[in-house]
Design a protein around this ligand. Structure first.
Ligand SMILES: [Zn+2]
Length: 418
């Protein structure tokens, strides 16, 4: 018997251990994993696999380090918080942080790949705005699992790699954004027979992203009152909410989920702008692709986030008494500099968005100085990594979104030959 089932949040129907399932009955509702074991515990394993009773994976097939969690003194003191914990997802070997892609997306990629392998899937097509692609490229090499990566060319800057010739090929879309890459990935998936990773609907992706909260609670021995993270697709925020519900079900962690404080980079902040008006629908004018060109965090540039869907970001904010924040580019840079100066490690712009939102929340009195707060530094240590290792640019195959099915078939053949 599997240690989990998958159920629809809306109709409650349970499915057996199925790869990236969608509810057969409800078009617009996320499925969630229900673990048979209700008590949080760490197993005698390494890295993220210590939490495998609450991950949709039965055995550790390859190594995957976990994030580190520490109680901040420097940054906390600067902004006036007494109990700030940082979950640091990146490279900082002096502190034991060893994520070689410097992003929390490694937890997603590792969990998705391990879950797919157990479901006898041979390979996946992955669409990404950059950091997810980097994580899947790396994990494809670590695990020997096949992946085909699709990214918009505007996001290729995120696509560095420690290997000169990674095993997963990268396809770059010359005339589209992240959302167009998702559309291209779906077409490549249907023509190649390799499943699409599934985005936010993949339960393994969300449960993998929930590892940040698992590691935080393992360190804090309690749930934080407030949780801060930058959001693009919203998957990490939904994952945190879902994981916090498992802690509430345990019985030893109180009855109040952490309030989600989620941030986007202005002027492209469709979820922030919708939630400030308490709208479940995102406004069309806030999805203008021109706005994406103005933000410093392309990894947050998802035009179709899991916001209004049943069990999505809107519901997570409502259920936790959460808030959304808009952060300007200059606030992002200031927060990044402040964090690095205070803690001694560089962080990526998306993590700067979260840190800037925390600064806003303290200033606005939204959180009390003595409340336990968790800040998710979703990526960091890129500068630190380059002191130890050499990064390589990926060498992509460039296509147009107007590519025909015939051309996709030819492309897949040529990728196979290489
Ligand atoms: Zn359903």
């Amino acid at each position: 018997m599997s240690h989990f089932t998958i159920a629809c949040r809306k109709c409650g129907k349970e499915l057996e251990d199925a790869y990236c399932a969608f509810c057969e009955h409800c078009a617009n509702a996320l499925l969630v994993t229900r673990y048979r074991e209700k008590k949080f515990r760490e197993e005698a394993a390494e890295g993220i696999w210590r939490f495998s009773n609450w991950l949709p994976v039965h055995k550790a097939a390859f190594p995957q380090p976990s994030p580190i969690v520490f109680r901040s003194e420097g940054f906390a003191g600067k902004i006036g918080l007494e109990e700030l914990y940082v979950v640091f997802c990146g490279y900082w070997p002096e502190r034991g942080a060893n994520l070689l892609t410097c992003t929390f997306k490694e937890f997603e990629a590792a969990t998705v790949i391990a879950n797919a392998m157990e479901n006898h899937i041979d390979g996946l097509v992955v669409a990404s705005a950059g950091n997810t692609a980097r994580a899947f490229t790396h994990l494809s090499s670590v695990s020997g699992f096949q992946a085909v990566i699709i990214v918009p060319t505007m996001c290729l800057g995120e696509m560095w790699n420690l290997e000169e010739k990674p095993s997963a090929p990268t396809i770059a879309l010359s005339d589209g954004d992240y959302s167009d890459s998702i559309a291209a990935a779906r077409r490549i998936s249907s023509l190649s027979g390799m499943p699409f990773e599934g985005g936010v609907k993949n339960i393994a992706k969300r449960d993998g992203l929930g590892i940040a909260l698992l590691e935080a609670v393992a360190c804090m021995k309690k749930l934080p009152r407030h949780y801060f993270q930058a959001v693009g697709s919203g998957a990490g925020a939904i994952a945190t909410w879902e994981m916090s519900e498992r802690f509430l079900g345990d019985g030893r962690f109180g009855s109040v989920p952490p309030a989600l404080h989620l941030a986007q980079n202005l002027p492209f902040a469709p979820m922030t702008k919708a939630y400030l008006k308490k709208s479940r629908e995102i406004f069309e004018e806030d999805l203008d692709p021109e706005l994406i060109g103005e933000i410093t965090t392309r990894v947050l540039s998802n035009r179709y986030p899991a916001y209004g869907v049943s069990g999505g970001v809107f519901d997570a904010l409502e259920a936790t008494g959460g808030s959304m924040y808009g952060v300007t580019n200059s606030e992002v840079y200031r927060a990044m500099e402040m964090f690095e100066a205070a803690e001694g490690i560089d962080i990526v712009p998306a993590a700067g968005v979260a840190a800037a939102a925390l600064i806003q929340a303290v200033r606005q009195g939204k959180i009390r100085p003595d409340e336990p707060v968790l800040l998710n530094i979703t990526g960091g240590g890129e500068k630190r990594l380059l002191e130890d290792r050499q990064a390589h640019r990926v060498d992509p195959v460039v296509i147009s979104k107007k590519i025909t099915d015939e051309e996709i078939r030819e492309l897949l053949c040529s990728l196979k030959k290489n």
